[in-house]
Design a protein around this ligand. Structure first.
Ligand SMILES: [Fe+2]
Ligand SMILES: [Fe+2]
Length: 466
């Protein structure tokens, strides 16, 4: 088999013997990893999957049945723009770098490894979910997300192998050695060590945590290090489907709940997810995902921006690309009260990115609320304050209610299960999880999708069980 068959790519891999050999050596380890901690119990099934075959906007994806271990994980970078200039920071206007500048080597490696680590982590977190999929349509979507996270890992490992020498190869091996939730070798970021053992959590994860990924990828797609910019730009294309799975998955749960409420029934008693429980899962996953943006006031974020390594969301839409003037107001806790503190914009870059994220999440919640409204249900869902339940940044170690008001530790302990899933809530959600693996059938706690994948009906046999 030729290399281009084994590792589909548009980076002329076959012209670079060293790189090719390095990736050929890494591939069996990747496949071992996939077999041992990838989706459990479905590796022999034919799954109707989308495979990236190019980066052309029309026709980049090919749909067909494939067994997951035979998925063609490829390396695709959006085409290079030879005129491209660095769009922000201290090197604003300079030509972009095709190789890693020596002084930025550690910074870039750390950023790439942190992004890369999330990709296999989520596959590990979701590995048992197939057994309890609410429909074949959902089962297929889970596997689509999983194989694409695998491809994102390939994209980042390609950068490590191509541009970081021996260190890069070691980092690529480490990416397959860490394990989500492992006390000795955990994944790097908190949300990627949380178990995802039910489908409500899966939809919340793809809604909120994959959406963090979207904004991180946008910020990296502005990078002055051109190979990183081009790799992440193409990853964003695939990431859109992951968030679709989350946003519509949550919407379908809300729809089913609303239907039962309209009939005057108690969703929980009917084997569905009651709205208060849904809200608690939302609060949990939204806040875990807020943490992924890092500290509100961050000299690291300032350094990344100054160096031209990580920009803002759609940097071109900003007016001042150097951002050395201007302030950003952050509410901080001082002397037991919230006071507004002015921070230099560069030090608030995480918060600037988080603002875009919050706005995008709100749009999703608005959609769910329209579903409630259409069903004639008066209750509404909402995003909690961004200070609530934080474990990173300036609010970590403090306690706030969902409105963002300070609480004492005792108040928090007494009230936290008003806002976060209790053991009973988790047990209820878990009790709903039974696999439905017949074409056209669906579990009772979720509404079917309004349409299928790639023009197929919901009843289509998205996964052929072997
Ligand atoms: Fe990803
Ligand atoms: Fe994703």
């Amino acid at each position: 088999m030729s290399l281009n068959d084994k590792i589909p790519n548009n980076v002329n891999l076959s012209d670079d013997r060293r790189l090719m050999r390095a990736l050929e050596q890494w591939q069996p380890s990747f496949l071992d990893w996939w077999q041992s901690v990838g989706p459990e119990g479905f590796q022999g099934d034919d799954v109707y999957l989308r495979t990236a075959i190019s980066v052309h906007t029309d026709g980049w994806a090919h749909f067909d049945y494939v067994k997951m271990p035979d998925y063609r994980w490829g390396i695709f970078l959006t085409p290079s723009d030879t005129e491209r200039k660095i769009g922000f920071g201290d090197h604003f206007g300079d030509p972009v770098w095709q190789e890693v500048p020596g002084e930025l080597r550690n910074m870039l490696r750390r950023i790439i490894v942190t992004q890369a680590d999330t990709e296999p982590a989520s596959v590990e977190q979701q590995r048992l979910l197939g057994h309890t999929a609410p429909s074949l349509y959902d089962l297929r979507n889970l596997f689509q997300v999983n194989v694409e996270e695998g491809r994102h890992l390939w994209a980042m490992v390609h950068l490590l192998h191509a541009h970081f020498g021996k260190d890069g190869r070691e980092e690529a091996d480490e990416l397959l050695a860490r394990r989500s939730g492992d006390p000795d070798k955990p994944r790097i970021l908190g949300a990627f060590n949380e178990p995802i053992s039910d489908w409500l959590s899966f939809y919340m994860f793809t809604m909120f945590t994959d959406r963090d990924g979207k904004f991180q990828l946008y910020a990296l797609s502005e990078s002055g290090f051109d190979p990183l910019a081009r790799a992440t730009r193409f990853m964003i294309t695939e990431e859109a489907h992951h968030m679709f799975v989350g946003e519509t998955g949550c919407d379908r749960v809300v729809q089913r709940t609303a239907e039962l409420m309209r009939e005057g029934k108690d969703p929980r008693a009917e084997g569905a997810v009651d709205l208060p429980t849904f809200q608690k899962y939302l609060n949990l996953w939204y806040t875990l995902s807020l943490d992924l943006f890092g500290g509100e006031i961050s000299s690291n974020a300032a350094d990344f921006f100054a160096a031209g390594v990580k920009g803002r969301y759609k940097e071109a839409q900003h007016e001042d690309h150097v951002a050395l003037s201007g302030e950003y107001v952050v509410p901080v806790v001082k002397g037991g009260a919230l006071v507004e503190e002015k921070v230099a914009v560069r030090n608030a870059m995480n918060e600037v990115l988080r603002d875009h994220y919050v706005e995008d999440c709100q749009r999703g919640v608005d959609r769910w609320n329209r579903t409630l409204e259409k069903a004639g249900v008066s209750e509404r869902l909402r995003l909690p304050s961004r200070r609530f339940h934080r474990q990173q940044g300036i609010y970590a170690g403090l306690h706030f209610d969902v409105e963002g008001n300070l609480l004492t530790g005792a108040e928090w302990e007494a009230r936290k299960h008003e806002w976060l899933p209790s053991a009973a809530d988790r047990a209820h959600v878990q009790s709903l999880m039974h696999g439905v693996h017949q074409p056209g059938k669906i579990a009772g706690w979720i509404a079917p999708p309004s349409k299928g994948i790639n023009g197929q009906a919901f009843e289509f046999e998205y996964v052929r069980r072997s």
